[in-house]
Design a protein around this ligand. Structure first.
Ligand SMILES: [Zn+2]
Length: 376
C-alpha cells in the first residue's frame, strides 16, 4: 500500500504593475476588508466567548454581511476567519488597555472565487467587480498554478502587491536511501556536512559571512567591534534584531534547498542530530554555545519540509560524543581541543566538524539497518 500524505504549500507571486483603475479598486477592497475584519473583532468582543467559526458566524454574520454588501460574501467570511486568528493571537498575548486590531493590508479570497489563466489571476473586488491581475510567474512555479488551491491572499507590501496562493500537495513516498549525509550544526559554520565515504565535505558559512557583512554595515560601532572579535557565527545570529530574522530565514531557506537538492541527486538520506537529545543531557560548552534554538529550529524545519516535498528521507540521531569519536575506527576521546580531530588510536585526522558529520551519517545508517524509528 502506498501512503500518500498531503501537505500545505504556500507560494508567493508578485503582481505586475497595475493601471490606476485596478490599483484603486484593489486598494479600496483591501481597505474595506480591513474595516470588515475589525467589525468582526468588535462582534467577537460582544460575543464574549472564545471565538470559533460556528459561534461567531451564528452571532454576527447577518449583521456584518448587511454592512459589507459591497464585498463578496466569501470575502466577508474570510475577514471573519482573519478576525478569529487575530483575536486568538491577542488572547495568547493580550496587551493591557489595547483592543485587538486588524492592521494587515490584505484581502483574502476563497479559491472557488478565484480564476487563474496563464499568469493572470481573476478575483472579485468591491461591488462585484472582477478584475484580471497579471502576476510574475517563475517557470518552476507554473505547475503550482495548476494545482487545486485552497486560499488566495493579496497583500500590499510597501509599493507592491503580492499574491499568496496555498495548495495541498501530495507528499511523495520517501525513496530507499543509498547512503546518508550527516549534518553537524556548527559554531564556526552554520552546518557542516559529510558522508561515511568522505565524498561530500562541505561547510556552509558563506551565507554567514554575508550576514556578518550586513551586520557590520549597521552603524553601531560597538556592535561592529563585537562582530569582529566574536568568531561564533551563531552568536552573531543570536544578536540579530527581529528585522533581520527574515534575512536569517532566507539564509536557512537557501541552505536547506541546496542540501535537499544534493541529497536527492545522490539518492541519499539526510541525518541530523536530534535537538531533543541535546536538551535532555547535560551539554558541554560547545553545545550550549551553539544551541541558539530559534535559528536552529527554523533551519531544521526547513530541511524537513523540503525533504518531505522531495521524498528525501530524514533521520534524527543522538549526537552524543559525535565530535569526540573517530569516524574511521570508532575510538572515543575524552575531549577534543581545537579545530582538528586527531585519533590517538589509528592516527586519523580531520576537521572536527567534518568528523562529527560523518559520525552522524554513520549513526543514521546504523539506525536504518536496525529499522529503528527516529524522532525529531
Ligand atoms: Zn581512529
Amino acid at each position: 500500500m502506498v501512503i500518500v500524505y498531503n501537505m500545505k504549500l504556500t507560494q508567493k507571486f508578485k503582481l505586475m504593475r497595475l493601471n490606476r483603475a485596478k490599483r484603486e479598486s484593489l486598494d479600496a477592497t483591501i481597505n474595506r476588508f480591513k474595516k470588515c475584519a475589525n467589525d468582526w473583532l468588535r462582534a467577537i468582543e460582544d460575543l464574549g466567548e472564545y471565538p470559533t467559526r460556528g459561534n461567531i458566524h451564528a452571532f454576527a454574520y447577518k449583521r456584518v454581511r448587511e454592512k459589507f454588501k459591497d464585498l463578496n460574501s466569501d470575502v466577508v467570511q474570510e475577514a471573519m476567519n482573519r478576525a478569529i486568528e487575530t483575536y486568538r493571537a491577542w488572547l495568547r498575548n493580550p496587551k493591557k488597555g489595547e483592543k485587538p486590531i486588524f492592521k494587515a493590508e490584505i484581502v483574502s479570497f476563497k479559491a472557488v472565487n478565484v480564476k487563474i489563466e496563464g499568469h493572470f489571476i481573476n478575483v472579485p473586488l468591491l461591488n462585484g467587480r472582477r478584475v484580471w491581475l497579471p502576476m510574475h510567474v517563475p517557470p518552476k512555479l507554473k505547475h503550482f498554478l495548476k494545482l487545486t488551491h485552497r486560499r488566495v491572499q493579496i497583500s500590499h507590501i510597501k509599493k507592491d502587491y503580492y499574491v499568496f496562493i496555498s495548495a495541498e500537495v501530495e507528499e511523495p513516498e520517501p525513496y530507499e536511501p543509498k547512503g546518508w549525509i550527516g549534518v553537524d550544526i556548527g559554531i564556526n559554520h552554520i552546518i557542516v556536512i559529510s558522508d561515511m565515504e568522505g565524498k561530500i565535505n562541505k561547510f556552509y558559512d558563506n551565507a554567514i559571512s554575508w550576514k556578518k557583512r550586513v551586520e557590520l554595515k549597521r552603524a553601531d560601532m560597538q556592535q561592529a567591534k563585537d562582530t569582529e572579535t566574536n568568531k561564533g557565527a551563531w552568536r552573531v545570529l543570536k544578536r540579530l534584531s527581529h528585522k533581520n530574522r527574515s534575512k536569517m530565514s532566507y539564509i536557512n531557506h537557501s541552505i536547506a534547498k541546496e542540501l535537499v537538492k544534493l541529497a536527492k541527486h545522490r539518492r541519499s538520506g539526510i541525518a541530523i542530530e536530534s535537538l531533543k537529545g541535546l536538551r535532555r543531557r547535560k551539554v558541554g560548552r560547545r553545545h550550549r554555545k551553539r544551541l541558539h534554538k530559534w535559528a536552529y529550529r527554523d533551519l531544521i524545519s526547513k530541511i524537513e519540509y523540503k525533504a518531505k516535498l522531495n521524498g528525501v528521507p530524514v533521520k534524527f540521531v543522538n549526537p552524543r560524543s559525535t565530535s569526540r569519536t573517530c569516524s574511521r575506527c570508532g575510538y572515543t576521546r575524552s575531549r577534543v581541543n581545537g579545530r582538528w580531530f586527531k585519533c590517538p588510536k589509528c592516527g586519523f585526522q580531520l576537521d572536527r566538524d567534518l568528523n562529527a558529520a560523518r559520525n552522524i551519517a554513520m549513526r543514521a545508517s546504523l539506525l536504518a539497518l536496525k529499522g529503528e524509528a527516529s524522532s525529531p
